[in-house]
Design a protein around this ligand. Structure first.
Ligand code: NAP
Length: 250
């Protein structure tokens, strides 16, 4: 029970990578808050994670400061103090850059980057008071390299990686460690269209040295390590869980 006695908040915890992280944290003894927009799906996810009083569903749109403030009022009303924050909530909206509507740009940046900023600011008082904490931000291969038609996503995930370093250097004095995870191609709902596209699928499997898609549970293992005491001297890093794709030129 690596996380016994700790309280974690996982945004995007209703499915995919966030769900796998929340489940593993709960399995490892943590008190876990999960957050996403669809309240019904979030409740179902909480039920799947556990039937005890260590799992809590808090519906919230992380891109809205008002919604985030309200969600924290609810968490505070429980008397909870967040020791571990996982910023996982993310979206990807596609389109050619030359005609990209401003709304699309703002929506992706608002959820992926501003949402990360809002939650990070919110957990600071708890972590400072507790004498430390862990922040794990879910970045992307697109924090390192780019692909056409996803400019807002690429910009947001580059921002998430650098924001992680900004937290790390500014809050090291409070014993807060912030690290990012760079998932490779992971089998989740976000990628359903890509997995169904035979040509794209073959390209990904062909380019990944491990020759397969990754699983959300494999990303969760890295998130567990980065939230654990074993990672107390690791901060400002971005750990790729990608089957080797970033290391591969061809
Ligand atoms: N899958 C991959 O291959 C991959 C690779 C690299 C990075 N990532 C990153 O990993 C993270 C999770 O990806 P995934 O594949 O697990 O995605 P997913 O299956 O689409 O899940 C996304 C989660 O984020 C929540 N969410 C979306 N917008 C939100 C908002 N405004 N406020 C609160 N919650 C919100 C969703 O719930 P609601 O829709 O109900 O809000 C859901 O719980 C994302 O940041 C993604 O960019 C994924």
């Amino acid at each position: 029970m690596i996380l016994k006695g700790k309280t974690a908040l996982v945004s995007g915890g209703s499915r995919g990578i966030g769900f796998a992280i929340a489940k593993l944290y709960h399995d490892e003894g943590a008190n876990v808050y999960i957050m996403s927009r669809n309240a019904e799906k979030l409740g179902e996810a909480a039920d799947k994670i556990g039937s005890d009083d260590r799992i809590h569903a808090v519906p919230c749109d992380v891109s809205s400061k008002t919604a985030v403030d309200q969600a924290f009022e609810r968490i505070k009303a429980d008397g909870a103090r967040i020791d571990i924050l996982v910023n996982d909530a993310g979206v990807n909206l596609r389109g050619p850059l030359e005609t990209m509507p401003l709304e699309t740009w703002e929506k992706v940046l608002g959820i992926n980057l501003t949402g990360t900023f809002l939650l990070t600011q919110k957990v600071f008082p708890d972590m400072k008071e507790a004498g430390g904490g862990k922040i794990v931000n879910i970045a992307s291969l697109m924090s390192e390299v780019a692909r056409p038609t996803i400019a807002p996503y690429v910009a947001s995930k580059g921002g998430v990686k650098m924001f992680t370093r900004a937290i790390a250097v500014e809050w090291a004095k409070y014993n807060i460690q912030a690290n990012a995870i760079i998932p490779g191609y992971i089998e989740t709902e976000m990628n359903t269209p890509l997995i169904a596209d035979k040509e794209f699928n073959a390209k990904i499997v062909g380019r990944t040295p491990a020759a397969r898609w990754g699983k959300p549970e494999e990303v969760a293992q890295a998130a567990l390590f980065l939230a654990s005491k074993g990672a107390d001297f690791i901060t400002g890093q971005a750990l790729a869980v990608d089957g080797g794709i970033l290391a591969n030129l061809m």
